[in-house]
Design a protein. Structure first.
Ligand SMILES: *Cc1c(COP(=O)(O)O)cnc(C)c1O
Length: 386
């Protein structure tokens, strides 16, 4: 058995797996299923503090990002793409595919977006239909302040599409207070269900904008409007993956019952970072640390693949490397959702220390030991808002 410690997909609890094996009905024809789906959407909305509409779509997280761009973008629309990470930049591709013109606002990949600098840019550049941004850009682990950035964009009448796939329920999010028009999540990160579902919270004004387009939405599967009247009409645009949704229901209940979820993510992340620093290794980013993933630089003399291979073959633990511009440069520990527990994180850090030793790169301090010491002296200063 391999222990999954990647920043998604994450470990899946047994009750979620069992829910996926329940007997199924015909989700197109059975009204009970519409009620279950509707209640689950409402539950997700409540936990994100929003009265906006919530839709669960069949497809991995990427579908949510693409569907947002597909449904809003009309040919020639100018879209502000906030780029301080690989996912942030990648949003521009979806904008282009649907005929929009991405305007990249790029900031350092080693820090969260500097809000003051963005504010002064917006003073003279604000002619955008919408903006895209990422809450936690998972490849680097940087966390952007969506609670400051989205209201700022909203003041200029710029709609916001936020990728919160790897932060949702690991970092507090208040959609309505932050004036987020579309927030995208997915099943396989903190939520800890298998990959396959994406969900979106959509503001009424954004739906209104989609309905008043002059050109049709150039997609069927990625067309958010197709979901708009599903409950009234008892009609889904395509047959819903019922077993995935049963699994999601249980995963969401698990989160709902977990009263210290944000607190635990924050504490474990902070202690992992302390351990990395005391070991003499280096964190990839310099500020704006997410509580869901820690990204560590691979020392120049080592090879990323060797580290990952030893961890997997000898210690049966899977963590992630980097991709795109971070390929071979970093390793990433996903301490999110079911992965976010002291035992699994401690075991991973211990195995990682031993791996470095095997590669003749002994660390200044054992990662697990510093992690435990750091947990003992950690001062709780946090109230959960789920
Ligand atoms: C995981 C993730 C997605 C989904 O993308 P995949 O590469 O298919 O896993 C989208 N955005 C963010 C920020 C993610 O972490």
């Amino acid at each position: 058995m391999i222990k999954l410690m990647t920043p998604g997909p994450t470990q899946v609890r047994e009750n979620v797996r069992l829910s996926r094996s329940m007997e199924t009905t015909n989700p197109d024809l059975d009204v009970d299923f519409y009620n279950d789906y509707h209640a689950l959407c409402k539950q997700i909305g409540d936990m994100l503090h929003t009265k906006n509409l919530v839709y669960i779509m069949s497809g991995e997280g990427i579908l949510g990002l693409e569907a947002s761009c597909a449904s809003i973008t009309e040919p020639g629309d100018k879209v502000l793409v906030l780029d301080n990470g690989i996912f942030g930049k990648g949003f521009g591709d979806f904008v282009s595919i649907y005929g929009g013109i991405p305007v990249y606002y790029s900031d350092s990949y080693e820090h969260e977006i500097n809000v003051e600098r963005l504010a002064s840019f917006l003073e003279s550049h604000h002619d955008f239909k919408y903006a895209t941004l990422v809450h936690c850009d998972t490849p680097s682990g940087v966390l952007n302040e969506i609670d400051k950035i989205c209201p700022l964009l909203h003041n200029y009448g710029i709609m916001t599409v936020v990728d919160a796939v790897s932060s949702m329920f690991g970092e507090p999010i208040d959609v309505d207070k932050s004036k987020i028009d579309i927030l995208c999540g997915a099943s396989q990160k903190v939520i800890s269900a298998p990959p396959g579902l994406t969900f979106l919270t959509v503001s009424k004004s954004t739906l209104h904008c989609m309905e008043n387009r002059t050109t049709p939405i150039a997609s069927f599967y990625a067309n958010i409007l197709n979901f708009k009247d599903y409950y009234k009409k008892k009609w889904f645009p395509y047959t819903m993956p019922i077993s995935d949704i049963y699994g999601l229901q249980t995963a969401i209940e698990n989160i709902k019952k977990d009263k210290k979820i944000y607190q635990r993510h924050k504490k474990i992340a902070s202690c992992v970072r302390n351990a990395v620093i005391s070991s003499g290794l280096e964190l990839y980013i310099k500020s704006g640390y997410s509580s869901t993933v820690t990204v560590i630089k691979v020392p120049d003399v080592l090879n990323c693949c060797d580290i990952l291979t030893i961890l997997k073959e000898k210690y049966h633990i899977l963590i992630a490397g980097g991709f795109d511009i971070l390929e071979n440069k970093v390793i990433r520990i996903g301490h999110m959702g079911e992965n976010c527990n002291i035992d699994d994180v401690a075991e991973t850090l211990d195995a990682l220390s031993r791996t470095f030793e095997l590669l003749h790169y002994p660390l200044e301090k054992n990662l697990k030991t510093s992690f435990i010491t750091s947990l003992e002296s950690y001062e709780e200063s946090y109230v959960d808002t789920l």
